[in-house]
Write a protein that binds this ligand. Structure first.
Ligand code: FAD
Ligand code: DHB
Length: 391
């Protein structure tokens, strides 16, 4: 099999890239190791930056998002039993975010790709990328028990943190920057209308909690738990009791409970792989970088990477200049590091480390009070949360 761009992975990065290339008249093949149902059901992100919404819309993938997505103009920070709202449009000159789940973004892009796009192969597992530094890179893959080769002009590894693409970059050219955290998130989906109209990020002495949503009738909530926690250790009642404690305020706010339909634990990690390109192999999304989820940046970073790649390849096609392709890694990494910084700041602002000293507790409260009382500090958060420009 032969194509212009071989894309490994049908998460948000790979699917959106295939769509952008299709729109630019460039052919591609997407190889995805899992089946369609698995990819469409995998619960993850929920917040789309303004720039991500604009890109999906311009790519012709925004119809259902525009109907069902919920525009949010702010978030609430909750600490010391008090509440502070950060208003995005006032602080950023009109920007906001949209609540529309990653599962739905993927479903929309898969439907479009299968209807009018180039091939998208499920249960096709990439085994290795070969010849990354030649003019004819190849992806060796396995489908239905048979091995095959996809010959390409370019390969884009959109295969997530556990993928194979980045292994094709020689170790002596690579630098990895990494941090793990001594806690994780227990996430639930519950059939109950969200107890607040906007997201609530809560800092509590017992640990962080987040109230989010998937629709006006489905809540998504997260609790900080020790790393390595088994979700089955937590009964539904214990989860609701703990959420209630961490969201407690001095006013009459109440947390509504409902049936929990899904429960899982996500580890927290910061990770950057430099460079994001080797020859004709490009890395995009979680394949190249991971942020802890507190800033809601992962999916949005993946979108920035593939927009940058699609622009660079289109530029090369139109002008013959490889300048933007050559600058791909540096261009992406500037934005990646801003998101790494913000995600780290939000994580350490709101989580309680198991060995936190009282000094650190006070510092967290002082940082929160600063955001609540200084327009400059509030603006810094609002600008980062609603998103840094692509490229
Ligand atoms: P992935 O979604 O991981 O997709 C990679 C794909 O490659 C997968 O489908 C995988 O099956 C496939 N694959 C892997 N190996 C192979 C192979 N060898 N061959 C073929 N296919 C392969 N981000 C936000 O922006 N906002 C949020 O609110 C947010 N919240 C989050 C909450 C949680 C609990 C979690 C876990 C993450 C959250 N994120 C959030 C992060 C976001 O989900 C990820 O950053 C995003 O999924 C990255 O997309 P991707 O396409 O790069 O990788
Ligand atoms: C969600 C996830 C996040 O990491 C976040 O910061 C906000 C919302 C969510 O899944 O809804």
């Amino acid at each position: 099999m032969r194509t212009t761009v071989g894309i490994i992975g049908a998460g948000p990065a790979g699917l959106l890239l295939a769509r952008l290339l299709h729109n630019a008249g460039i052919d591609s093949v997407v190889l995805e190791s899992r089946d369609r149902t698995y990819v469409e059901q995998r619960q993850r992100a929920g917040i789309l930056e303004q720039g991500t919404v604009d890109v999906l819309r311009a790519a012709g993938a925004g119809e259902r998002m525009d109907r069902e997505g919920l525009r949010h103009d702010g978030i609430e920070l909750r600490y010391d039993r008090t509440r502070h709202r950060v208003d995005f449009p006032t602080l950023t000159g009109g920007r906001s975010v949209t609540v529309y789940a990653q599962t739905e973004v993927c479903k929309d892009l898969i439907a479009l790709q299968l209807k009018e796009g180039h091939p998208l192969l499920f249960e096709a597992e990439a085994l290795a990328v070969e010849g990354a530094d030649t003019d004819r890179p190849r992806v060796r893959f396995r489908q239905e028990g048979r091995e095959d080769v996809l010959e390409c002009d370019y390969v884009v590894g959109c295969d997530g943190f556990w993928g194979v693409a980045r292994k094709a970059i020689p170790a002596e050219l690579v630098r990895v920057f990494e941090r793990t955290y001594p806690y994780a998130w227990l996430g639930i989906l519950a059939d109950v209308p969200p107890s607040h109209e906007e997201l609530v990020y809560a800092r509590h002495d017992r640990g962080f909690a987040l109230l989010s949503m998937r629709s006006p009738s489905v809540s998504r909530l997260y609790l900080q738990v020790p790393e390595g926690t088994d979700p089955e250790e937590w009964s539904d009642d214990a989860i609701w009791d703990e959420l209630e404690r961490r969201f407690e305020t001095d006013d009459d706010w109440r947390l509504a409970r409902g049936p929990i339909t899904q429960k899982s634990v996500t580890p927290m990690r910061s990770y950057v792989h430099e460079p994001m390109r080797h020859g004709r192999l490009f890395l995009a999304g979680d394949a190249a970088h991971i942020v802890p989820p507190t800033g809601a940046k992962g999916l949005n970073l993946a979108v920035g990477d593939v927009v940058t790649f699609a622009r660079a390849l289109t530029h090369e096609r139109e002008t013959g200049s490889a300048e933007l392709l050559d600058g791909y890694s540096a261009t992406c990494l500037r934005r990646v590091w801003q998101a790494e910084r913000f995600s780290y700041d939000m994580t350490t602002l709101l989580h309680r480390a198991p060995d936190a000293a009282p000094f650190e507790d006070r510092l967290q409260l002082a940082r929160l009070a600063r955001i609540a009382s200084s327009r400059a500090a509030g603006t810094d958060l609002a600008e980062a949360y609603t998103g840094f420009p692509f490229g």
